[in-house]
Ligand binder design. Structure first.
Ligand SMILES: Cc1cc2nc3c(=O)[nH]c(=O)nc-3n(C[C@H](O)[C@H](O)[C@H](O)COP(=O)(O)O)c2cc1C
Length: 212
């Protein structure tokens, strides 16, 4: 009887321990959002695999969609296909003095997001939700990415089946950059900039976001 009591107690403790351990591995949403900075330089020694990309795209089976139409489709580029695609993207339009990504620090993978219908307001809303959800998943997995609107659509079109329209590209890899958010008033300069190896991103402060 006493043995049984002790046994149960041990089991109970062990299971509670497990819960605590599981919780401590979970990153809060704020942590993921803060880490999810647009990356423009990646560690060449770390490669994002097709299996990783599948996990990242799997978030799309769990997110909202206007009228639940789910018109977005996802093409993976890794290895040589990813390196060949690098010349068709433009990064850091506000930092024209820099070559981004720096040579040798290109992303190891891309996801070309396509739509099965012509782009419209609802497709674009779905697109934003999908892109941010995938980036957050990538951050949770230890990677960093960026949305790329400035890509060569004609070249992306060649890589996907007919009938699909490339609407956004996501570049992924392991970040080699340092970032810092700066809280600003709404009338201050919004341009991101670099100083002493740190990429600063101004974000409008909460007081100026809320409408009185
Ligand atoms: C829809 C969309 C398209 C973007 N396209 C580009 C792009 O083509 N090139 C680029 O360098 N950054 C691009 N960005 C990244 C923005 O410049 C970035 O989000 C902004 O500077 C704020 O930085 P943060 O993402 O770290 O908060 C894009 C972001 C979004 C949401």
């Amino acid at each position: 009887m006493a043995d049984n009591y002790l046994g149960k107690k041990m089991e109970d403790l062990a299971s509670r321990k497990k819960v605590v351990r599981a919780k401590s591995n979970v990153k809060s949403l704020d942590t993921l959002l803060l880490r999810n900075r647009s990356c423009r330089g990646w560690d060449p020694s770390v490669k994002v695999t097709e299996e990783d990309l599948r996990k990242i795209v799997a978030v799309n089976t769990m997110i909202p969609s206007a009228k639940n139409q789910q018109v977005l489709r996802f093409k993976f580029l890794t290895g040589k296909k990813a390196s060949d695609f690098c010349k068709f993207i433009k990064l850091g339009a506000l930092l024209p003095e820099l070559t981004l990504p720096p040579k040798g620090m290109e992303p190891s993978a891309f996801i070309i997001i396509c739509s099965t219908i012509a782009e419209n307001k609802w497709v674009d809303m779905d697109l934003g939700i999908a892109a941010q959800s995938m980036l957050l998943k990538a951050v949770e997995m230890g990677y960093a990415g960026i949305c790329i609107g400035a890509f060569n659509k004609a070249e992306a079109q060649k890589l996907v089946p007919e009938g699909l329209e490339p609407v956004l590209v996501i570049a992924l890899g392991k970040s080699a950059e340092k970032y810092q958010i700066l809280h600003i008033a709404e009338d201050e300069n919004h341009n991101y900039f670099r100083e002493n190896g740190i990429h600063y991103i101004p974000k409008v402060r909460i007081e100026d976001l809320i409408i009185d």
